[in-house]
Design a protein around this ligand. Structure first.
Ligand SMILES: NC(=O)c1ccc[n+]([C@@H]2O[C@H](COP(=O)([O-])OP(=O)(O)OC[C@H]3O[C@@H](n4cnc5c(N)ncnc54)[C@H](O)[C@@H]3O)[C@@H](O)[C@H]2O)c1
Length: 274
């Protein structure tokens, strides 16, 4: 028993898919762990060939072996996507592939939890935060859309934002970067609609699980009283990427927070919350 409710049969371990993404190829940035890894695995279960890009070589190797067990064709790329030149190298590698990527998931993000109190309004730290949370995803998405605009085939771009695009978190560079992502989703949705490229976002609450895949207790989350296991973000990403369910969905930001953003509360003694 975790939190207030038992786990249900749809939690980690259920492997079945319905082929919602059959024939599609997805690139998931930051696919090495937690949310990115779950998005990669859920998309593979639904029939997509999945490529992951992450700064951590060991993690990417591990996830590719998990993906291989589900579906052939997984591939990993090791790049620091906060750096413009490394985003360009990734785009070149992707462009050289025979089958084009038609789902891009911009998942990498720095939480800013390592920032000291006196760094919260430090310009260099904001630059670093925006390089990771906004600019890498911006350049990858623009390059991806430019290529796909020519092909006029259904394609989907997803961004991982946060409920803190709307709510104060007391880590202002983080919240501001996620607010920028929220607006980027809307601008790109309109920009690329004529090419049939849908652009959407997911704004999670507190997402984490133990090494055994269990949610962890979280007293501020009203529904279930726990963190959200990352596979639920993975399945939401499948839903938004799937033409069957989301053909007419663009410019949306789907909050998946188990009610966390529905009321105000003070967090820890610093007034920060996770
Ligand atoms: N976990 C949460 O509670 C939560 C809540 C709201 C939003 N989000 C957002 O969801 C996304 C994923 O969050 P997470 O908790 O899974 O993150 P995480 O820190 O657990 O994993 C991030 C992954 O991205 C990789 N990465 C980080 N910087 C990189 C870079 N510069 N280049 C390439 N790879 C890089 C890391 O190696 C890691 O594998 C982020 O955008 C985060 O802001 C997370």
């Amino acid at each position: 028993m975790i939190g207030r409710f038992r786990r249900n049969k749809h939690d980690a371990g259920a492997n079945g898919g319905s082929g919602l993404l059959a024939g599609r190829t997805a690139l998931v940035t930051g696919g090495g762990r937690n949310i990115g890894r779950s998005i990669a695995l859920e998309m593979a279960r639904e029939g997509a060939v999945v490529l992951i890009a992450d700064i951590d070589a060991d993690r990417t190797r591990q996830v590719v072996s998990e993906l291989d067990a589900i579906r052939q064709g997984a591939q990993s790329f090791v790049f620091d996507l906060s750096r413009e030149e490394e985003c360009e190298k990734l785009c070149t590698e992707i462009a050289n592939r025979k089958s084009p990527v038609d789902i891009l998931v911009n998942n990498i993000g720095s939480s800013g939890r390592d920032l000291a109190d006196d760094e919260q309004f430090d310009r260099a730290r904001w630059q670093k935060m925006f390089d990771t949370n906004v600019f890498g995803s911006l350049s990858l998405s623009a390059a991806f859309a430019k290529r796909l605009q020519k092909e006029k085939s259904p394609a989907s771009i997803l961004f991982l934002s946060s409920i803190h695009q709307w709510l104060v978190r007391r880590i202002p560079s983080y919240s501001a970067s996620k607010a920028a992502v929220g607006m980027l989703v809307k601008e790109m949705a309109v920009e690329y609609a004529a090419a049939g490229i849908r652009v959407n976002g997911i704004a999670p609450g507190y997402v984490e699980s133990t090494p055994k895949g269990e949610p962890v207790p979280h007293r501020h989350t009203p529904l279930h009283g726990t963190s959200i296991p990352p596979e639920y973000i993975g399945r939401a990403a499948v839903y938004l990427a799937s033409d069957r369910y989301s053909r007419y969905t663009t410019g949306s930001m789907l909050a998946i927070d188990a009610g966390l953003s529905l009321y105000n509360h003070l967090g820890d003694s610093k007034g920060r919350r996770r």
